[in-house]
Design a protein around this ligand. Structure first.
Ligand SMILES: [Ca+2]
Length: 374
């Protein structure tokens, strides 16, 4: 059940927080300090994660954000290496990376199953390859651009989170998660150590300003990021001590972006390579009588679930989104969630349409096609 005591530990008005976030939105001119962001991704199956990380780097190039760490929420696959390839393209090859240890959704990296504790309830739930071939291909195409071919060889996400958070000013960090909620649960459950005398929840309370999550389905249902590690999603959502803004499945599913990325020309670009290799042609979309490709990709590219979360994390909700206040919570044990509207006291916000989704998609396209400043 939802922890009703949560409201009491929110140290500031959610409305005031979002006003602050909105005021930082202007972008041009950048009159605010860069937003400090930890990016948490399941670069495992879909490729909006690549677009989201590209947007984040473009915003960092513009001085709108500072990327503190880029962390995988999955195990035993090429997710960390893929993140590092993108980081290297944007001239930030040394950004801290990490991955969950001991538990975590595992993709089909060759040999991954052999590394998973068979007692783990989270073992290989995505099944089969799950589209992970695109990230193995990225590593094959960009040798020397990454340090960790297997996410299991990366540092423990918990340690990276704790070290990064402990070093930041109080109330200054925004976490942007576009994958499973495993790391948020694990972080909350960490104990005091030589990095910080605070336990995980106290450390998050002290250092984190906002969590922006691409997760959950409106008004109810099973959504990929929140369902596969449902227990972690439940624990994280019930115990997280700061406001959370959701870019939910409902918003991103028909906000398309990235076709212009796929059609870019010029220098070697791993972001372009991933989009070009995975977006069907315009003729294929038009010719799909079942309309499946139209629903999945549209003419604009791919559903921009993860990119919208980055936009909110760095620029706030204005001028792009309206918001609705309430509570996202997990129900049952099979990964389902529901939204409970609560305009007065809900600890969560979910974004809704303000600027048209077509226009938001073009903003995202503009960020994804920016050349790295390096
Ligand atoms: Ca994702």
């Amino acid at each position: 059940m939802y922890n009703c005591g949560m409201k009491a530990v929110i140290p500031f008005s959610l409305v005031a927080l979002l006003a602050l976030a909105a005021s930082s939105a202007a972008g041009a001119g950048v009159v605010h300090p860069p937003v400090k962001v930890i990016f948490d991704t399941d670069m495992l199956t879909d490729f909006d994660d690549v677009g989201a990380l590209a947007c984040l780097h473009a915003l960092a190039d513009a001085g709108e954000c500072e990327i503190l760490a880029t962390i995988s929420s999955t195990r035993g696959n090429a997710s960390v290496g893929a993140v590092e390839v993108i980081n290297s393209y944007y001239g930030r090859p040394d950004l801290p990376v990490g991955s969950p240890k001991g538990m975590g959704v595992v993709g089909s990296f060759p040999g991954a199953k052999a590394k998973v504790d068979p007692a783990s309830p989270l073992c290989d739930k995505t099944g089969g390859d799950g589209g992970h071939y695109k990230y193995r291909k990225l590593l094959a195409d960009y040798p020397g651009w990454y340090r960790h071919a297997d996410a299991d060889d990366a540092p423990d996400a918990n340690e990276v989170y704790r070290r990064v958070l402990a070093a930041q000013p109080d109330g200054s960090v925004t976490i942007c998660s576009v994958g499973f909620l495993t790391n948020m649960r694990r972080l909350l459950e960490t104990k005091p150590d030589d990095i910080s005398p605070l336990d995980g929840k106290a450390l998050v309370s002290k250092k984190v300003k906002l969590w922006v999550a691409m997760a959950c389905q409106y008004p109810a249902g099973k959504e990929y990021n929140s369902m596969w590690d449902a227990e972690s999603s439940r624990i994280a959502l019930e115990n997280w001590p700061t406001p959370i803004v959701f870019s939910d499945f409902q918003y991103g599913r028909d906000c398309f972006a990235g076709r212009v990325v796929a059609e870019m020309e010029g220098e070697r670009n791993p972001v372009k390579d991933v989009f070009a290799g995975n977006i069907p042609s315009r003729d294929e979309v038009r010719g799909d009588s079942a309309k499946w490709l139209q629903r999945q990709f549209g003419m604009g590219g791919r559903a921009a679930w993860d990119e919208t979360a980055v936009l909110v994390a760095v620029r706030g909700t204005e001028p792009y989104f309206n918001v609705e206040r309430g509570t996202y919570r997990m129900v049952g044990t099979d990964g389902a969630n529901e939204w409970a509207p609560d305009a007065e006291n809900g600890p969560h916000l979910r974004i809704t349409e303000k600027l048209s989704k077509f226009e938001v998609g073009r903003v995202i396209d503009g960020l994804m096609t920016r050349k790295p400043r390096k």
